[in-house]
Design a protein. Structure first.
Ligand SMILES: [Zn+2]
Length: 441
């Protein structure tokens, strides 16, 4: 790609909005992306996970039109291709090859047509040549006869000048006619020669066109082959990167599944309890209970000390299991229990393994290798940390739901967390009302 026009490559790459910071070298060397500033990828060199060094394409791209140049460019940036783009690009590459194929067939036909015309003209030339030769021969024959009649040595054989003249006249007329015919035949011959020459020139030009069509077809075939080869390399690179991320040593963590919380609620209305008869304990303080009771307990003022803290009942409530790091399990149990006590029914998702983080990135950021592993988290929708960099992978983040729906900034669950979560050590990531973690990331 010695003379690959940089402008074309850059214009093409400009269709990928997320690599605005990318630069394309005019010689087509691989694009190097700036490091994501929000994440430290300590284990990765500063380069896209391309398939090692790019092999130098042995394509002659001189004279490619813009479309082919674009095809050529994408064939060498497959890491940027998303799953959805692949069939579209492949269609372009295949269509290009088919068109080149058809153009070659057409060029072949034009060559054959020109050769046919040339052949026919050569046949015509031969015919005209033969006519001229015949006329020439005839003329020579008459010339000899005239010459011999004019020979004085043979005068007697014709008897008299008169007879000789009478014999010569038609021959002279015929000779004049033959001279004219020879002139016309000669003209026809030179026209036929010119026509053959012109036909040969047409053949020559059409053969040049045909050779160009052939070389364009070969380029199209190579583009297609290299496109497919690069797709294989892309998929392998994605698989390899996936594997690397999955086996990358993670800090060991202990996971626990939180399946129930303790909900503390104030003791219900004492009147109800009295009706129930479930509690014979006359411990209702300061209420308008039976006068008798008040009388008997009158001197027992210290019991008022219990008044600010109403009696609580504790209830263990099963919840949708949430897997988190053991470090935050107790706080989470307390948090959800406290929220339930306040009538806010929270649930959520905590730990997510790397495989699922990769799947999530694929869904939220795009299916190119770049999108999954390198694109900045903030450019995904919703923002999603790169595999290996999520607090969820440490079990230290929870995405909260309320009544089955993910929290938004006006959910009562979100407002409750805003007021209370810090007590339990959880901080919100401002861009995501549902995402709470020990670091706020
Ligand atoms: Zn989250």
């Amino acid at each position: 790609m010695k003379r690959f026009p940089a402008l074309i490559l850059i214009a093409w790459l400009g269709t990928f909005p997320f690599i605005s910071s990318a630069s394309a070298a005019p010689d087509g060397t691989p694009i190097v992306f700036a490091d994501s500033p929000d994440e430290t990828s300590d284990d990765e060199p500063n380069e896209p996970a391309e398939d090692g060094p790019q092999e130098e394409p042995d394509l002659n791209v001189e004279g490619l039109d813009l479309e082919e140049a674009a095809l050529f460019a994408i064939a060498f940036d497959p890491w940027l291709l998303t799953d959805g783009e692949i069939p579209i690009r492949r269609e372009m590459v295949v269509t290009n090859r088919r068109q080149r194929d058809a153009q070659l067939v057409e060029a072949d036909a034009k060559v054959a047509e020109a050769v046919g015309i040339q052949d026919a003209l050569e046949v015509e030339l031969a015919r005209v040549q033969a006519i001229r030769d015949k006329v020439e021969q005839d003329l020579e024959g008459y010339a000899i006869r005239i010459w011999s009649m004019g020979d004085d040595g043979l005068q007697e054989s014709y008897g008299s000048d008169f007879l000789r003249a009478r014999l010569q006249q038609p021959i002279q007329v015929a000779t004049a006619d033959l001279v004219e015919r020879l002139r016309v035949a000669g003209e026809n011959l030179s026209h036929a020669v010119i026509a053959v020459d012109e036909a040969a020139e047409v053949v020559r030009l059409r053969r040049i066109d045909r050779d160009e069509a052939l070389s364009r077809l070969r380029v199209a075939q190579q583009i297609r082959q290299q496109f497919e080869a690069k797709l294989v390399a892309r998929n392998e690179a994605i698989s390899r990167r996936t594997h690397e991320v999955l086996v990358k040593e993670a800090d060991p963590i202990t996971l626990v599944q939180v399946v129930s919380v303790v909900v503390r609620t104030p003791v219900v209305d004492p009147e109800d309890e009295a009706d129930d008869g479930s509690s014979g304990d006359p411990t209702d303080d300061g209420s308008e209970g039976p006068i008798v009771s008040t009388d008997t307990e009158d001197p027992n003022l210290p019991s008022e000390g219990e008044q600010p803290e109403p009696e609580m009942t504790e209830q263990v409530v099963a919840i949708t299991p949430i897997t988190v790091n053991a470090e935050i399990a107790d706080s989470l149990v307390a948090l959800i229990g406290a929220a339930m006590s306040d009538g806010v029914d929270l649930s959520g998702w905590g730990y997510r393994d790397r495989e699922n983080q990769i799947i999530l990135r694929r869904g939220n950021c795009g299916s190119s290798g770049y999108a999954i592993f390198e694109q900045r988290s903030g450019t995904c929708s919703p923002p999603t940390a790169r595999p290996g960099f999520s607090q969820h992978e440490k079990g230290l983040a929870i995405d909260f739901t309320q009544g089955g729906a993910i929290l938004n900034s006006s959910s009562s669950g979100f407002l409750w967390l805003q007021a209370n979560a810090a007590t339990y050590g959880l901080i919100n990531l401002p861009s995501e009302p549902w995402h709470w973690s020990t670091t706020g990331r």
